[in-house]
Design a protein around this ligand. Sequence first.
Ligand code: 5GP
Ligand code: ZN
Length: 111
Amino acid sequence: MCIFCDIIRHEIPSKVVYEDDQVLAILDISQVTKGHTLVMPKKHVENLLECDDETAARLIQVVKKLAVQIQERTGAAAINILNNNGEIAGQTVNHLHFHIIPRYNENDAFV
Ligand code: 5GP
Ligand code: ZN
């Protein structure tokens, strides 16, 4: 069982930022800063190291596009794009995802 697969199937509610046939982007339930977004492939892949190149390429295209849009919409000064691979590296949900975290000033908390 995978919580992000449940979200992708819309069995668990989420705030959808973007959706197409291969990719879903949602607001993180625990917003590090306003607009903190998670971008994931609809296909269940454990992490980036396990991901096929085609899925990874498609995912990063969407991540980049959304990062630009989120920066414009939020007026953030800068953006972090983060990806954790493995528990020791901070991965808590074992379904590949990128964090897009808008940064408003240097005092914003870091993950
Ligand atoms: P990780 O630590 O694996 O890189 O990030 C997992 C992220 O998923 C965390 O930032 C956490 O807040 C978020 N998250 C966990 N469960 C849910 C959920 O049910 N809904 C949403 N929207 N985000 C979740
Ligand atoms: Zn999954």
